[in-house]
Design a protein around this ligand. Structure first.
Ligand SMILES: [Zn+2]
Length: 117
């Protein structure tokens, strides 16, 4: 079985799957809407000082000053390694495809702010 995933494949998993949906429906992390923002219980500090950014599809904890992408979250919550987390997300992704046009727009937006990591 292959261990390596292409960067394109990983990019899709980090962006095709809405991070708030992943938190609420798939990982079932306690979450709530407060002040109009989606908040989730930070897996590191167990506080709700969090938000998600739909533009970057990242979840952030302001207390830990840490961003989580979809893969990071699965690793933290499920205790999976990187490879198993990717496989977990691939299953979800197959079930919820985002139209290609939206993904292209998202990719352009992220490309501007990406510094290679
Ligand atoms: Zn935290």
């Amino acid at each position: 079985m292959k261990n390596r995933f292409s960067s394109r494949e990983l990019f899709k998993l980090r962006n095709n799957i809405a991070v708030d949906m992943l938190i609420r429906d798939q990982l079932q992390i306690p979450s709530k809407i407060r002040d109009g923002y989606f908040r989730f219980l930070c897996p590191l500090c167990n506080e709700f000082q969090t938000a998600v950014n739909p533009a970057t599809n990242l979840a952030r904890c302001f207390r830990c000053e840490k961003n989580f992408n979809t893969i990071d979250l699965v690793m933290e919550i499920m205790g999976y390694g990187f490879r198993d987390s990717v496989l977990f997300l691939k299953q979800i992704n197959t079930a919820s495809q985002v139209p290609a046009a939206k993904l292209t727009a998202l990719a352009a937006a992220i490309g501007k702010s990406m510094s290679g990591g």
